[in-house]
Design a protein around this ligand. Sequence first.
Ligand code: NAP
Length: 329
Amino acid sequence: MKQRISDKDKLKIGIVGFGTFGQFLAKRLVARGHQVIATSRSPYEDIARKIGVDYFQDLDDFCEEHPEVVLLASSILSTEKVLRSLPVQRLKRNTLFVDVLSVKVFPKQLLLRELPPEVDILCSHPMFGPDSGKGSWAGLNFMYEKVRIGADPKRERRVETFLKFFRDEGCNMVEMTCEEHDRQAASTQFITHTVGRVLGTMQLRSTEINTKGFEALLNLVNNTNNDSFELYYGLFLYNQNATDELERLEQAFDTVKKQLFGRLHDIARQQLFPTVDTAGNGNGALAPAPQALPPPREPLALPSRSRDGVESGSAAPTEAYSASKTIDV
Ligand code: NAP
């Protein structure tokens, strides 16, 4: 049995977006003794009741419950629309907004732009999900940035109480800016998901003679392919560093392939033309060593978008970002 929290540490938390991840967090929050309410696009009354969560399909009803913390767990692509549809004026003026989106610069800019100045903002990313965090959360990373917390000690205490939930679950708490998160996540999380999806597309099958390495690949496929494609697409579309990383992955694949085929061609040439030193370095010449890939480029600033979708900012939008304008989220 998990130790339940004392009354002074109890929070009333309202989850917006009660899909896979929203429910996953709700179960733990309820188990710890927090009061949880939720709202979402789809009807989740039955599931919520089983978990011990009060469910409000209507957004006005949800906000009039006055949760102390509003936790945004909607898909990356829908969050802007979801936030704008929330009647924030019905909440208490000093509510704490927390997002758990898997990209961070985008929600940081969005929350700062859309929310009234008296609302507190914490951007966070639990670096695990229902598969990787099925059991204990001990040692799993939890990234956060206190983007805007009012000077009142009560507000500071509330954000610390919220963070304490993850700390008590054993998470490794990492305080970091959203910009730094996106830079690091493009070369870790996005690449992990991409490789997992590529291997998933190959439909790898377990065999009688699995090696540890192959088991690790099967785990990777399981951990990444259960997430919605929308989530993966969001990692790509809303992290400007992702396009560079995808290019680097492609280049690396080509480099390794060239290395293999280069050696094969050298051997074939030696057999076809034994007297000609095709590579210029003797019989059985090896293919040239692969060139190191260029380091990741410096991240670009996300262009900010005003309500009517017009972009501003000095950085030119990437192709990926431009594509977002055509997507109805
Ligand atoms: P997801 O596909 O990213 O999001 C599903 C949620 O988004 C559902 O609550 C869904 O509402 C809502 N939604 C989708 N399209 C919508 C629309 N057009 N209008 C309104 N709501 C919409 O899957 P998820 O795994 O639950 O992730 C939720 C959030 O948590 C994402 O931002 C993700 O980046 C973040 N996160 C996920 C994980 C993970 O491992 N899964 C880990 C860390 C952070 P309905 O269900 O009501 O349709």
